[in-house]
Design a protein around this ligand. Sequence first.
Ligand SMILES: Cc1cc2nc3c(=O)[nH]c(=O)nc-3n(C[C@H](O)[C@H](O)[C@H](O)COP(=O)(O)OP(=O)(O)OC[C@H]3O[C@@H](n4cnc5c(N)ncnc54)[C@H](O)[C@@H]3O)c2cc1C
Length: 373
Amino acid sequence: MLIRPDLLTGIRGIDRAAGTVTVEAGTPLKRLNVALAREGLSLTNMGDIMEQTVAGATSTGTHGTGRDSASTSAQIRALELVTADSSLLTCSAEENAEVFAAARLGLGALGVVTAITFAVEPLFLLRAREEPMTFDRVTADFEALHAENEHFEFYWFPHTGNCNTKRNNRSAGPAAPPGRISGWVEDELLSNGAFQVACSVGRAVPAAIPAIARLSSRALSARTYTDIPYKVFTSPRRVRFMEMEYAVAREAAVEALREVKALVERSPLRVSFPVEVRTAPADDITLSTASGRDTAYIAVHLYRGTPYQAYFTAVERIMTAHGGRPHWGKVHTRDAAYLAEAYPRFAEFTAVRDRLDPQRLFTNGYLRRILGD
Ligand SMILES: Cc1cc2nc3c(=O)[nH]c(=O)nc-3n(C[C@H](O)[C@H](O)[C@H](O)COP(=O)(O)OP(=O)(O)OC[C@H]3O[C@@H](n4cnc5c(N)ncnc54)[C@H](O)[C@@H]3O)c2cc1C
């Protein structure tokens, strides 16, 4: 049985004194962001898109990039779920703390999340600086770029030595959003329309991919703009893709990425999609990909309909050699035996699950694979 919380939406309440908002679990992040902005409030950090529901995003550990601020799950202050015995359980750092540690990223295994309370702060402005940089420079300066910016990320274009970087930092203003036409050219025409055409040509003629990559990696130019957070963090993603993402200890990221580059260079693989690199500070959520360690994320993508197994298998071998933890909501092949090693608090999560759902009302093939039964 698949539960779709599409009608369980809306804001239950805002507590300005506590700096929190409580939302129904099926509320799309887009709706939450717009409603918060209208109230002069914002989440602190976000992923790349805002189509997801708050429960879906947090249950799989959705994250953006941040030096000090972590995933959407880490911004949860309290959570309400219906458990297998049909009782309503609320949890926070003060109440049912061991459930709270697990259920902020519960994988759907602990019960049905019905409402989430997030920390919010007064609406602020972010200054975004997007700038092409060489692979050698980004990797040489990765630690400094991470340390000097509140939100640093970059994309490397396989078959090239080119990257696009993005640095977001708080700004006193004034707001200076991208112009309507230049914003459309960058976000719709180049990042979606032209990229879609490039991917389709690459899928039909794989041999053309390196030349296309050299072109598309130069298509986006440097730009700076200042806007409210969700408009800076998120953007439309219309080109469909398969994705695998691994979290490694931040100090291992550059080495792991260089290994991916060497892999692409020495193999017949043709990769049309950029590799995305982001960071997160260590958090205290049992099965968060950043649980207990400062983290960098390396995400590989391929255009839909392109055979992805050879590439993803080879990259997964590199990431697992670095003790990588797969994103729970993206493609991976790990099982409970591996994950129990990768997560020091794995047994803590399964103990909470055993207690809340001993009969395994909430399970499926994926959960059996990753949690062991
Ligand atoms: C274009 C695109 C961009 C993305 N960008 C990012 C990104 O920047 N960063 C990132 O980390 N991820 C990213 N993702 C991954 C995405 O955030 C996750 O796949 C997310 O889970 C999708 O949310 P959803 O609402 O569609 O979830 P669903 O598919 O509906 O749910 C995912 C899982 O969450 C659990 N779940 C959902 N609702 C409940 C509930 N009410 N109670 C209990 N469990 C529940 C279930 O286990 C379910 O299988 C991206 C995905 C796409 C397609």
